[in-house]
Every structure is written in structure tokens, then in C-alpha cells.
Write a protein that binds this ligand. Structure first.
Ligand SMILES: [Zn+2]
Length: 457
């Protein structure tokens, strides 16, 4: 479909009564299900009892990432896609932002303790989600804020990982080779003082990054160490919490803060409207906030996880796929007038650790682990004010001592670089612990309040 046609469809969706638009969406779901049943060996088995002409969404089983990952080649609907080819393609940085097999885009998930999942996106997905960005997210933003020939743009990236931010960065560099000096790529694992120094020197008009790091930068600006005056801050990938939005608004005057709630698996799920609220792109996305038993939560109730369905990607169907985000469906309509589903995304508890009054976001540690294969699952746990524990499940072939020594060197470097000089980093015999609520494993967790409460009792 040409871009103009998709944009027109988006406009029509917004102008049509919601109930009519949702019928349209139900039809899209049916098309996707038919395609999945016919072309994905894995889903065909899973949906063998589902009648595509007569089914409801909640009859479809919930999809868990770890299981899908193991069945990757039977899950995709193009039998020519091999996991090894995709991995080899992704491992070559030259391929970043070039199509895989001449037509697909490849991204991987990041920032969690499981093995990264490769996500293949087809042309329709790329067109639809690009149209969402242009129309709903950036439609009201002066385009020159994304032009390095007019403005300076700083992007915080997961270096050497094919995340959406990194791909945008590479694409931008290729589009404006002669203005490369106006595009600054910063790594998520750089120590905060280093990020602050580079940003002060660069003075970006546009700053793109991850919510947890943007929150830290807001505090740096409030404390006067960071002194920049961006016109636009764009947060993507991680959820931007209300607290972070408030901190950013407080720290940066006359700056538009945009929130793009997206995931490698679902694409552009929801975006901020002119009121700064998040609306789901429900023409092509179905988002179900659910409780621990996978029942839909009531309005205003905070979900335990969300199930996402992306109606635009036929090559690797994402249908009722679980994302570990806590989402609150809002009950009142938004002042902007949009009828699309309104949500608030809540950060997961303790997704930061704080040592010596210095806040370190989880992404600092999860990025590091993406570069260090050798464990099956892991957890960084702050167990005391100045103690960080590493828990892991090691396969037999991993030399634990060598692995921990290499990790220790890198973690110590991060801690020292951020000014946390008295933190003890220790290898623990404890296995990674799942949270009491929902039983999910957090890659980075702080247990000091819990321990503190135990001490009090
Ligand atoms: Zn709104």
C-alpha cells in the first residue's frame, strides 16, 4: 500500500465512529489468523480448533516469548527464513538498516534476561508503523527537528544491537553523510557523568533515548550538572512513566516531550496525543491489559502484563503475545477528542537501583549482558545499600569464575564511572528470584526495602 493511502486510512479511522472502526479491525484480525493458520506450521497446530469465521480473541492462546523463540522457524510464515541466516545477518553491523532477504526488516528484543528474540517485519508492517510515526507521533512537530542539516540530534543507543533506535541512527547518518557531525550517538552503557559531559558539549535540539536514562538526565539537569535546552525529547522502547514525564517537564522548559510506547514485537503500540496522553494505535494494534490469570483488568486497574496483537505483520504473526509491561486502561475520555483506547504505562517496580544517591537504570546492566553470552538467565539484585549481587543460571560449558571475573571488570568500570566507589559486587549462589507478584523474573531488582522491612519486624 502506498504511504499516502495508509495515512489516509489512519485519518479515516480517526474520523469514523469507534464501533465501525473496531469492526474493521476485527476483519483485519480474521485475515491475519487465516494467514497464520495456512502458512505458519507452529500456529496452524496451535489454532487447529479455531474457526477463523467464528471465534473470539480470548479463545486464542496467550503466546510466551521463550516458547516462540524456540519455535522460530515454524512460527514465521515464509519457509525461506532460517534462524541462522537471520542471526548471521544481524551480526554484521554493515547490514544494520538494510533489508533482510531483500524485503524484511529485522530487529531484536533487548533489555531483558532472556535470549534476544529476532523479529522479522514485512513491508506492510514497516509502512503502517512508519505512517503511525509520521501522522500520530511527529505530525505536530516541526520536521526540521529531525533534520541534521538544520539541528543537532542526540540519540542514546544500545550500541551494536539492532534496536529501533540504533537503526534510526544509522539511517539518519546515511541520509545526511555530510552532516554527520550534527548527529551524536551515545551509548546506554556510558557512565552518566560522561553522557552529561558529551551532551553539554553537543547542545542537542532533539534528544532521543530510553525512559530510564532520560529520567536520570532530568535529575542531572535539575541539579545543574547537565545544562542543555532541547526543543524536543523523544522517548521510545522503554515505557515513559508519569513520574519521568513530570521530571522532564520540570527540568526542560519549552520542550516537547513525546512518548512512543513501542516494542520490537509489536512495533508502535501507543503514542502521545496533543494532551500528552497515550492512545493505542488500535487500527492495527490490539492491546489487552490483563491480570495474573490473563483476565482483562477493569478500567483504572493496573495490569500485570499486556497481550499485544499486531495486525500488520504477516511474516511473523504476533498474536496475543505477552509483554511484561504494567498498563492501566483509563476510564475517562481524553480532552484531545480521540476515541482510541487511552492508557497509562507504569514502570515495573524497582527498575532502577540507587547507590550512594546515584541512580542507575536497569538498561545499564541489561545492555552489558547483551554483549556477554554465557548465562541462561540472570539477575542483578541490590541486597543492601552498598551491595550488588549477581545471580545466574549457567550452562555446564560456562566457566563460572572466568565469566564472573570478566563481568566484574565491566560492572566495576560502570560503577566507578558513575561515582559509586563503595559498592561491593558479588557472585551469589542464589538463583535468580521471581517477584512475588506475578512470578516474573526481573533482570535488575532492588531488594533493600524488602530487607529493610524484614529487619524492622
Ligand atoms: Zn488524547
Amino acid at each position: 500500500m502506498p504511504e499516502s493511502e495508509i495515512i489516509r486510512e489512519i485519518e479515516v479511522f480517526d474520523a469514523t465512529p469507534r464501533v465501525v472502526s473496531l469492526e474493521r479491525r476485527a476483519n483485519r484480525l480474521k485475515q491475519l489468523l487465516l494467514h497464520a493458520k495456512e502458512h505458519s506450521p507452529y500456529l496452524s497446530k496451535l489454532y487447529r480448533d479455531i474457526d477463523p469465521e467464528n471465534f473470539t480473541l480470548n479463545e486464542l492462546p496467550v503466546q510466551e516469548r521463550a516458547i516462540l523463540e524456540q519455535n522460530f522457524e515454524e512460527w514465521v510464515t515464509d519457509p525461506a527464513i532460517r534462524k541462522d541466516d537471520a542471526k548471521a545477518f544481524l551480526s554484521n553491523p554493515e547490514n544494520m538498516a538494510t533489508p533482510f532477504m531483500g524485503k524484511y526488516s529485522l530487529v531484536t528484543t533487548s533489555g531483558t534476561s532472556d535470549a534476544p528474540l529476532i523479529v522479522v517485519r514485512d513491508k506492510l508492517h514497516q509502512e503502517v508503523h512508519q505512517a503511525f510515526r509520521l501522522k500520530r507521533l511527529l505530525g505536530r512537530i516541526p520536521p526540521e527537528l529531525f533534520r541534521p542539516d538544520c539541528n543537532r540530534i542526540a540519540i542514546i543507543l544500545l550500541k551494536n544491537a539492532p534496536s529501533a533506535n540504533y537503526i534510526s541512527y544509522v539511517k539518519l547518518k546515511r541520509l545526511f553523510p555530510e552532516k554527520s557531525e550534527n548527529i551524536l550517538g551515545l551509548s546506554t552503557i556510558e557512565p552518566i557523568p560522561e553522557l552529561v559531559r558529551k551532551l553539554n558539549e553537543f547542545q542537542p535540539a532533539t534528544l532521543c533515548g530510553y525512559s530510564s536514562l532520560l529520567g536520570v538526565l532530568a535529575l542531572e539537569q535539575i541539579h545543574g550538572r547537565l545544562q542543555i535546552a532541547p526543543s524536543l525529547i523523544l522517548s521510545s522502547a522503554e515505557q515513559l512513566t508519569e513520574a519521568t514525564i513530570a521530571a522532564l517537564r520540570n527540568a526542560f522548559e519549552n520542550c516537547t516531550v513525546l512518548n512512543d510506547y513501542c516494542a520490537a514485537e509489536g512495533g508502535e503500540i501507543a503514542m502521545t496525543c496533543p494532551c500528552g496522553k497515550l492512545h493505542v494505535n488500535e487500527d492495527w494494534i490490539i492491546l489487552e491489559p490483563v491480570d495474573e490469570e490473563d483476565r482483562p483488568v477493569c478500567p483504572m486497574e493496573i495490569s500485570d502484563s499486556v497481550l499485544v496483537t499486531d495486525l500488520s505483520n504477516f511474516v511473523q504473526p504476533i498474536i496475543r503475545y505477552r509483554l511484561d509491561d504494567r498498563v492501566q486502561p483509563m476510564s475517562k475520555p481524553c480532552r484531545c477528542g480521540s476515541k482510541r483506547q487511552l492508557i497509562t504505562v507504569h514502570g515495573r517496580e524497582s527498575d532502577v537501583v540507587i547507590f550512594e544517591n546515584i541512580l542507575l537504570p536497569s538498561i545499564v546492566f541489561t545492555t552489558l549482558m547483551n554483549d556477554m553470552p554465557g548465562v541462561l538467565s540472570y539477575q542483578f539484585a541490590q541486597t543492601q545499600r552498598n551491595r550488588l549481587e549477581f545471580r545466574a543460571v549457567y550452562p555446564d560449558e560456562t566457566d563460572r569464575t572466568a565469566f564472573f571475573n570478566a563481568l566484574n571488570e565491566r560492572v566495576s568500570h560502570i560503577l566507578r564511572g558513575n561515582g559509586c566507589t563503595h559498592v561491593q559486587f558479588v557472585a551469589s549462589d542464589t538463583l535468580p528470584k521471581s517477584s512475588a507478584r506475578g512470578g516474573k523474573l526481573k533482570s535488575v531488582t532492588s531488594e533493600i526495602w524488602q530487607n529493610f522491612a524484614e529487619e524492622e519486624e
